[in-house]
Design a protein around this ligand. Structure first.
Ligand code: ADP
Length: 483
């Protein structure tokens, strides 16, 4: 509130002050112009009267007598001219050589102070001089009646008795001061009303913004407390609405990530629980009958061995996944993708030798690319292993590679069981296994997520086409790198 009041007072007060100064300055200029005009016409009248008076007594009596008469006639004429209201906006005063007033149209025309100095200067130099009396500055009218100051023009001239004289023409800027006085009350009323409206507007908009900040704080507190179901009000097409929408999207992302982490931990524990339960079961069997029955003993030992290997495999997979998620830095080296692919196929061929699968590699020749050869090989091994795993005996697994603009494309094709259409969207999810494969193969559903995270980490993409019962094609596209 205080900020709003201060700000409004500053803005509105500044504007009102500027308006006032401009008006009062304008009025000073008008007053000055009027003074100059008045002095010019008055001086002309006085000089004419002096000439007329001098002429009217010429030829009569002695010189001094003539001068006295002329002077008297001149004063008389001045009385007639100015007394009849010839000059209404100002006053005129006539000073003799001794700087004493000889004649004046009104008492207030007799000004001292700066005017006396100006008069003296005019008489001495014989030039017209201007002086200002009672100038109180432009801002005085803000707090009381305006005082623009009185401008006096001192015009030196020759009297009819041949002595020197100075004519003071004074303009009283009463009309201009009235204008300034007249604008003050409405200006204050307007300024105060504008300030009032501004304070209300600022207070309204600030409380709106502050409410949003408070909402944000509450949302942050809720997130801190582990609640990710909060939502900020995101109405309106403005920056604040945009901010609320961005934050809502952020909260959504955090919620999805937290849900997926929870799901991941639950799935991983579940997967680990199965071999552990198996091991414990066989350990119990060993304890109960192992000492007496050698067949039971050897069966239990090999089962424990199988289950512990399974656990070790799962732990390895989980580690691989976590390692990929930590955003490992990929090496950047030149390598022959075709040679690597052939190595992967050779390994798979030894592992699945019993299935009699035909493994076909990329054509002879090289395909040089730049990247992390080990990571590429890891991803390719997962796809080739899956292809062999889900392909019936005597089937075929083929890896082909090609260049396509700035990328390399690796295809792993098999003549296996294929993936049902409804499962295709899920096969890259962690722990996802299609029902068809689940029963026969003992995978964890982590291979494809690992492959995907490797490929995407290297700036590539992975996709699958498959027809249930006919086979699948997994396609990896990787940037070829700067060779
Ligand atoms: P898994 O360890 O179960 O193989 P993956 O993540 O590698 O885990 O694969 C997930 C699921 O995708 C598999 O359970 C399987 O149903 C399906 N799948 C993957 N590759 C193939 C393939 N070449 N042919 C048929 N199904 C496949």
């Amino acid at each position: 509130m205080l900020v709003a009041v201060l700000f409004s007072a500053l803005v509105v007060g500044g504007m009102a002050l500027t308006t006032y100064v401009v008006v009062s300055d304008g009025m000073s200029v008008v007053a000055h112009d009027s003074t100059i005009r008045l002095s010019a016409s008055s001086a002309q009248v006085v000089k004419n009267e002096a000439t007329v008076a001098a002429r009217s007594v010429s030829g009569a009596g002695r010189d001094s007598e003539r001068a006295r008469l002329a002077q008297r006639a001149f004063i008389q004429q001045l009385n007639d001219v100015f007394g009849a209201g010839a000059v209404t906006e100002g006053e005129v005063a006539l000073y003799g050589e001794d700087l004493r007033p000889v004649w004046f149209s009104a008492e207030r025309a007799l000004l001292e102070g700066p005017a006396a100095a100006g008069r003296e200067q005019a008489l001495r130099t014989g030039r017209t001089v201007e002086s200002t009396v009672n100038d109180t500055g432009a801002l005085r009218g803000l707090v009381g009646p305006a005082r623009l100051g009185v401008l006096v023009v001192h015009v030196p001239f020759m009297m009819p008795d041949s002595s020197k004289g100075v004519l003071d023409v004074t303009y009283f800027p009463e009309r201009e001061e009235q204008v300034i006085d007249a604008i003050r009350p409405p200006m204050f009323t307007l300024a105060i009303s504008a300030m009032f409206i501004m304070v209300i507007m600022m207070q309204t908009s600030m409380s709106w913004v502050l409410k949003l900040v408070d909402d944000l704080r509450k949302a942050a507190d809720a997130i801190d407390a582990g609640r990710l179901d909060v939502r900020l009000p995101a109405e309106g097409q403005h920056e604040i609405g945009d901010l609320a929408r961005s934050l809502n999207a952020l909260i959504d992302r955090l919620r999805r990530r937290s849900e997926s982490q929870t799901r991941f931990i639950a799935d991983a524990s579940h997967e680990l629980a199965t071999p552990v339960a198996g091991i414990r079961g066989y350990a119990n069997i060993l304890r109960a009958w192992g000492a007496d029955d050698p067949d039971v003993r050897s069966e239990a030992i090999s089962a424990i061995d199988r289950e512990s290997r399974r656990m070790a495999r799962l732990c390895g997979d989980l580690l691989a996944l976590v390692r990929d998620e930590r955003g490992i830095v990929y090496k950047s080296e030149r390598f022959d993708l075709n040679a690597r692919s052939r190595e992967v196929l050779a390994h798979a061929a030894t592992r699945y030798i019993a299935k009699g699968i035909e493994f076909q590699g990329p054509d002879e020749g090289q395909l040089i690319m730049v990247g992390d050869s080990d990571r590429v090989e890891d991803a390719l091994s997962i796809l080739v292993d899956n292809a062999a795993k889900y392909t019936p005996d005597g089937g075929r697994v083929r890896v082909s590679t090609r260049r396509k603009r700035g990328t390399v494309v690796i295809e792993v094709e098999d003549t296996g069981i294929g993936i049902p259409q409804e499962d295709i969207v899920n096969v890259f999810d962690r722990f996802y296994r299609s029902d068809v494969s689940r029963s026969k193969q003992a995978g964890f559903g982590l291979g494809l997520p690992i492959a995907k995270s490797i490929v995407e980490g290297a700036g590539g993409s992975i996709e699958v086409r498959s027809t249930a019962g006919l086979g699948s094609v997994f396609t990896i596209t990787l940037p070829r790198g700067r060779l």
